[in-house]
Ligand binder design. Structure first.
Ligand SMILES: [Fe+2]
Length: 346
């Protein structure tokens, strides 16, 4: 039986859509972006940098953006009542945080870094390079917050200080605690491609994952790794996932029941975003490990995936359309990957 897909009821612009219009930036929609490292960005007045927005995969409570900071430049100071996750793709820089002007604290980052801005803390990003731009991907829950309060003054100029999330601790960006298997709490991941992950055999043989809570955010994210000649099983959930490849090459496949499957060729910088209840899986077809960083759902400490229903199940490998595995084997052969193919089951 084909499941009913949500129809969008048009009642005019939501507060978020009205805000987006005022931002005046390009907005990328759909399920796939080939490479956010090279996508066109335009002057972004509020941020004092360059940028574009992502509203992909029928996102409603969350959005994403690409931000570029030219060499030796910096963003304008920001403060807001929505959470922001950051993944740095290229360039080196630093971020300064403060509740009060006289208590600024700065941390440095480079390519592959992941961190979050503590809620409603003032911050400014700096590009420290003389010749290389910084480009990063931001993920936020701004749509949820601005639609809830529909008051930009409240969201962007709110004096409340969440000292439980950040209180100028000198070792704030050294905080590291493993909560349980596959769940970690930290405030800065220096390199997405070297962080140690835990086995995740139910997702596929050799697949590894770590889910994160960053700087007390409720907005969740994870890093997943798929070894050579391996792939994931398919699953589905609600909209909003922003998945970006951080190393390796392969393809992602998405589909809804009774609709054609869509295949996206992926490499570092590619982003795919499955829509509401759209099955999706990832396939490593290259000669090296494939990793991705995904922003989705809630952080481990704040109810990650607590409300799964039978609709959100994973398709057992034996029950998926058999031509998918055939297509995968053909892609490996075409690429000359001769490693023994890992079957999905343990
Ligand atoms: Fe997913």
């Amino acid at each position: 039986m084909k499941l009913p897909i949500r129809d969008k009821i048009d009642l005019g612009a939501t507060p978020y859509e009205a805000f987006l219009e005022k931002e005046g930036l390009p907005v990328i929609r759909g399920y796939f972006l080939e490479d956010f490292k090279t996508v066109e960005v335009k002057p972004w007045k509020r941020m004092g940098a360059l940028g574009c927005y992502l509203n992909m995969g029928e996102q409603d409570d969350t959005d994403a953006y690409v931000c570029e900071i030219p060499p030796t430049s910096q963003t304008l100071p920001q403060r807001h009542l929505f959470e922001t996750l950051v993944y740095v793709a290229t360039g080196r820089g630093a971020t300064t945080l403060w509740h009060e002007e006289n208590a600024k604290r700065t941390f440095e980052w480079g390519p592959g870094a992941i961190f979050a801005i503590p809620l409603n803390v003032s911050y400014q990003h700096f590009n420290v390079s003389k010749d290389e731009p910084v480009r990063f991907l931001g993920g936020t829950n701004l749509p949820h917050l601005i639609n809830l309060f529909h008051n930009e003054e409240f969201i962007f100029r709110n004096p409340f200080q969440f000292h439980d999330r950040y209180s100028n601790e000198p070792d704030f960006f050294k905080h590291n605690v493993q909560l349980t298997i596959r769940s970690w709490e930290t405030n800065l991941i220096p390199d997405v491609n070297t962080f140690a992950l835990d086995d995740y055999p139910m997702k596929g043989k050799g697949v590894r994952i770590m889910r994160f809570g960053l700087a007390g955010t409720t907005y969740g994210c994870h890093i997943q790794e798929i070894p050579v000649a391996s792939r994931s099983t398919f699953h589905r959930h609600g909209p909003g996932a922003i998945v970006t490849v951080t190393e390796g090459t392969g393809f992602a496949m998405v589909w809804r029941e009774d609709e054609p499957r869509q295949r996206f060729e992926i490499r570092p910088g590619s982003i795919y975003s499955p829509g509401d209840l759209m099955f999706h899986g990832h396939f490593n077809t290259g000669h090296s490990t494939m990793r991705h960083f995904a922003m989705r759902g809630r952080s481990p400490k704040y109810s990650q995936d607590r409300y799964r229903t039978p609709l959100h199940y994973m398709i057992p490998f034996d029950e998926e359309p058999p031509e998918i595995q055939q297509e995968y084997l053909e892609a490996l052969k075409k690429n000359g990957v001769t490693a023994e193919v890992n079957i999905v089951k343990e």
